[in-house]
Every structure is written in C-alpha cells, then in structure tokens.
Design a binder for this molecule. Structure first.
Ligand SMILES: [Mn+2]
Length: 343
C-alpha cells in the first residue's frame, strides 16, 4: 500500500482554512490538551513568538503548519504506532509590541519563563519536544531549558551540544552595528555574550560551550559574527563545505561528535537554511541554500540519535509562504524526525 507523504484528501479545504486563518489570526489550541498524562515520545509544542524580529508573521506558524496538514499527519503517524502528541502552544504574549531595542527584549523574559517551564516538564517526563517557532530568538529559552535539565540530571559539568542549521550564525549582539533584532542574536546569548538577563536565563552561563556548537548551512555572515566564529573556533560548515564534502559526510561526522562528546544535544533548524526556491515562507530569503533532500537527511540523521533532547523548527512565516509550501515542508521534516516511513 502506498503511504501518502503529502496530505491529499481534504487539502483544498485545509488550504481555504489556512487562508481564512491568515485573515483572522492564528487559531490557538488550549494548552496541554490530553498531554498531562500522555504516554508519548515526541511532544509537538508550538511557540508562536515573533517579537524578536521587526518582521511579523512567524507567530502564525504553529497554527498554519497544523492547518496545512500537521494535525492530520500526527493522527496518521499515531495510527501507525508512532508515539507523537500535539500539546498545543505556549503563548503568544498578550502585551502589545514594544518599541524598545533590541526588538523583543521587553517581551522575551516572561515568554522565556513560560516556555522553559513547559519544556522542563516535558524533558523530565522523558519526551523529546518538537518545537514549532516562532522566530529564532526562542532558541535562547529552548536551549537554556535543555542545558538546565542536563545540569540538573547529570551535574554542573554536563554539556549540551547544538547542531545549528541556518543561513545565518545568529551571533549578533546589541549595538550600533547590529540589526538589533533578537532573532539575529540567540547563539550569541547561548554562548554567554549579549544581554546578561538573557545570557543567564536559569542562573548560569554559558549555556553552550563553543566546542559543542556546530553550524551547517551558513552563507550570510556579518563581520562581527565572523570574528566570534574565528575567536571561539566554532565548527562551521558553509554551503561551500556542503558542496565540497557532501551533506552525508558532514552529518555523520557531526552526529558521531555529538553522540560521543555531549550529554545530549539540540537540533535547531532555521527553515531559511533551505533554498528559498523550495522554502519561500521566510523573512530573510538567501539564495544558494540546502535542498529539501539535504534537509531531510539532516533531520533523519540527528533525530535518529537517542542523545537528541529537542528538535526545533523555526522562522516559518506563513504570510510570506506560497501555496503553503514551507508549512508542508515543515510537516515532512517532522514526519522524518520521528522516523515516519517513506514507503
Ligand atoms: Mn536563525
């Protein structure tokens, strides 16, 4: 029997629903529906937060991805015996957008606390959260939550690894030469740079030591970021490296490193790593990105490891999407993350 990878049945109705939703704002699931006692391995959690960017729209991504077919796909996978549950959203904040720079700094501390609390509960129950952003600034709380969980479980020497799939290293810090968008800064804060109140979430810094951070897909790097990468000797595979070495070799080497050297790792996947021809629904389209096939291989490689503690998919912006292509791609990435079958 052929297994549908694309959801066909009802797709037109879902497309119409998605268009309605774009006009009326995101539908929100009540928190923790059916989840408090759920026996599940994979926990989908929406993080509809786009206060970290002057672009708007990523806040609608969790709802758009569900309506483009994720809800149906989860039911399908659950029917095959996969333990995956949608546990709704955290947020978004109710407050109006502030004008303070960096963008999102007024809203992030309270949002981070709420998101970290939910993630901490999930991590302690042994599940692997699949977080749907939201802009990339939410990686400050998500990865802080995993780092804190590992320290609590294993001691202060515990090291979290991060595989950061992105066109950009997100290493900016606030200042006159910066975009001052928090979604350009999460990796800097996780390394202990930037604003102390965000770098020390959970009471310690750095969350990630530079030797345990690996970039894949870089192709748009500002001088400040290049300086940090060089000074901290952060392993970085650019698009040129991917072309030269091949994505499979990069994944194999990085996975072996994460499995052997870290106490658990996060796969942080900015959808703008993928070429905008294939993933148009992003705020910073940068030509020359990875292919969908390369993206699938990355997700299959890292999500197959029992050292994976969290997978996050960020920066889908439904208002810039075309025919829900980027949302559908996100669904297929989640399908492969949990080991869903191709045939
Ligand atoms: Mn990013």
């Amino acid at each position: 029997m052929a297994v549908p990878l694309q959801v066909v049945e009802g797709a037109q109705a879902e497309g119409a629903a998605a268009r309605d939703r774009k006009m009326t704002g995101p539908a929100r699931l009540p928190p923790e529906v059916g989840c408090e006692m759920a026996d599940t391995n994979w926990v989908v959690l929406g993080a509809p937060f786009d206060r970290g960017t002057t672009h708007r729209g990523a806040e609608a991504a969790p709802a758009a991805i569900r309506e483009a077919g994720l809800t149906r796909r989860i039911a399908y996978l659950a029917g095959l015996g996969f333990k995956i549950t949608d546990c709704g959203d955290v947020g978004p904040p109710d407050s109006a957008h502030s004008e303070t720079l960096p963008t999102g700094i007024d809203e992030m501390p309270a949002y981070a606390a709420a998101l970290m609390e939910r993630l901490d509960r999930r991590l302690h129950s042994g599940g692997v959260p699949l977080v749907l952003g939201g802009d990339h600034s939410i990686s400050i709380p998500t990865i802080s939550a995993v780092a804190g969980f590992l320290r609590e479980s294993l001691g202060d020497d515990a090291n979290v690894g991060v595989v950061w799939i992105d066109a950009h290293p997100d290493l900016e810090t606030p200042g006159p030469d910066s975009t001052n968008d928090l979604n350009a800064m999460p990796a800097a804060h996780l390394l202990g740079l930037g604003l102390p109140e965000l770098a020390t979430l959970g009471g310690f810094k750095p969350k990630v030591k530079p030797e345990y951070l690996v970039y894949v897909g870089l192709r748009d790097v500002v001088p400040e970021e290049k300086q940090i990468i060089n000074d901290m000797a952060i392993t970085s595979y650019t698009m040129s490296d991917i072309e030269r070495l091949g994505i499979a070799a990069i994944c194999d080497k990085t996975l072996k490193y994460m499995n052997e050297k870290t106490d658990g790792f996060v796969l942080s996947f900015d959808i703008d790593a993928i070429d905008p021809m294939m993933a148009p629904g992003v705020d910073y389209p940068q030509p020359g990105g990875i292919t969908v096939r390369e993206a699938m291989l990355i997700v299959e490689s890292f999500c197959g490891s029992d050292k994976l503690r969290l997978f996050e998919l960020l920066e889908v912006n439904p208002s810039r999407d075309r025919d829900d292509l980027t949302s559908k791609l996100a669904i297929n990435l989640i399908h492969r993350a949990v080991g869903g079958p191709l045939i």
